[in-house]
Design a protein around this ligand. Structure first.
Ligand SMILES: C[S@@+](CC[C@H](N)C(=O)[O-])C[C@H]1O[C@@H](n2cnc3c(N)ncnc32)[C@H](O)[C@@H]1O
Length: 300
C-alpha cells in the first residue's frame, strides 16, 4: 500500500514495525542556515521601478508565488546531529535484513554524518559514498565551484544486501573508440561518481518544490537496491521524488513530511498511484492512573 504521512517523522518512525521497509532514501535539510523556499518573480516595465534593465527602461520586480507563504522550511539547526540521530536510529531498526539506507547530504556536513552513521550502523555496513556531480548555476571565482552532493550508502547487514547492478541504467564510455562498437553502444555501469543534471527549472519534471532532487538519481537507487513489490521509505520526502521512482518501478512507497506544502505537492504528483493520506499518529496514550488500594479509598 502507498502512503503519504504528514507530521514530524520521529513520532511516525517510532510507530513503524521493525524490519518493515526494504529501502530508505533520505535527503534531510542540509543545515545551510537558510530558509528553503522557492520564489517565482516577474519583472514588469514601470517608470517608477527600482531597476534599469533591457533597453535602458526602468523595471520593478513582483513576487508571483512563494512556497509556504515565503516561509519554506527551516534549514538551520543548533544541534543538527542531535536532530538527526534518533531518526537514523529508528531508520536502522525498521530496515529489513537485506535493506539499505541512502543518506543524501552536502559537503559541509557529510563528514560529521558519516561518523554518526558509522556508530549507528557499524563501520562494516558502510558501502559507498556516492558523489552526485552536476554543473549548473553560479560559479565561485575565489575557490573551485562546489557542484556535487554526497550520498552515503549503508546496508543493514555487511554481507547480505540487495544490489542488482544489472538493473542499473548504463552510461556512455568516456572513450568509446577504445572499446568495440557493440560495447560502446551498450554503455557501461556507473561508478560511485554519478553525473546527472539538476531538475531543470523549466522542464516538465519540476514540481515547484525547493530542493527537489532528480528522478533519475532516485530511479537508479530504487532499481539497484530494491526488488519489485518491496517497500521504499523517505521520511524527509519533500516533493515525493522517491515515491515517484518507487511507483514507476513497481515498489510501494511510504512518504513522510511535516510540511503541508510538501504533502500537497506529493498528493498531486503521486495521485496516479492512489496513496493513502495519513496524519501523524496521536502522541502516545497516557497510562491510566493506578487506583489507590481499597483500604486508602474514601468510602461513599
Ligand atoms: C531537502 S527537502 C527533501 C526534498 C526531496 N528529496 C525532493 O526530492 O523533493 C527536506 C524535507 O524535509 C522536511 N522535514 C524537515 N524536518 C522534518 C521533520 N522533523 N519531519 C518530517 N519532515 C521534515 C522538510 O519539510 C522538507 O520537505
Amino acid at each position: 500500500m502507498n502512503r503519504i504521512v504528514q507530521g514530524d517523522n520521529l513520532n511516525i518512525l517510532q510507530a513503524m514495525a521493525a524490519e518493515s521497509v526494504d529501502l530508505i532514501y533520505v535527503d534531510p535539510p542540509f543545515n545551510t542556515g537558510k530558509r528553503q523556499a522557492r520564489k517565482q518573480i516577474k519583472t514588469i516595465r514601470d517608470e517608477a521601478g527600482d531597476r534599469v534593465g533591457f533597453g535602458g527602461f526602468r523595471y520593478r520586480t513582483e513576487i508571483l508565488e512563494q512556497q509556504n507563504g515565503g516561509q519554506g522550511y527551516r534549514d538551520s539547526f543548533d544541534d543538527f546531529l542531535g536532530f538527526l540521530r534518533p531518526r537514523l536510529v529508528e531508520a536502522h531498526r525498521i530496515l529489513s535484513a537485506t535493506g539499505s539506507l541512502f543518506f543524501h547530504i552536502d559537503y559541509r556536513e557529510v563528514h560529521y554524518c558519516k561518523v554518526m552513521l558509522d556508530e549507528i550502523f557499524g563501520r562494516e555496513c558502510f558501502q559507498n559514498e556516492i558523489i552526485w556531480a552536476y554543473d549548473y548555476g553560479a560559479r565561485a571565482t575565489k575557490r573551485w565551484p562546489a557542484k556535487h552532493d554526497n550520498i552515503l550508502w549503508y546496508s543493514k547487514d555487511p554481507k547480505q544486501y540487495t544490489f542488482n547492478l544489472n538493473e542499473s541504467d548504463r552510461i556512455p564510455y568516456m572513450a568509446p573508440g577504445l572499446v568495440g562498437a557493440k560495447k560502446a553502444a551498450r554503455g557501461k555501469t556507473p561508478t560511485d561518481v554519478w553525473w546527472h543534471t539538476i531538475v531543470s527549472p523549466t522542464g516538465k519534471e519540476k514540481t515547484g518544490y525547493a530542493t527537489q532532487k532528480p528522478l533519475g538519481i532516485l530511479e537508479r537507487i530504487v532499481r539497484v537496491h530494491s526488488n519489485p513489490n518491496d517497500t521504499v521509505l523517505d521520511f524527509f520526502a519533500g516533493s515525493g521524488t522517491t515515491g515517484a521512482a518507487a511507483a514507476k518501478h513497481g515498489r510501494s512507497f511510504v512518504m513522510i513530511d511535516e510540511s503541508a506544502t510538501a504533502v500537497a505537492v506529493m498528493e498531486k504528483r503521486l495521485v496516479a498511484f492512489s496513496p493513502r493520506r495519513e496524519d501523524s499518529p496521536p502522541p502516545a496514550v497516557r497510562k491510566p492512573k493506578r487506583r489507590a488500594p481499597a483500604s486508602q479509598r474514601s468510602r461513599q
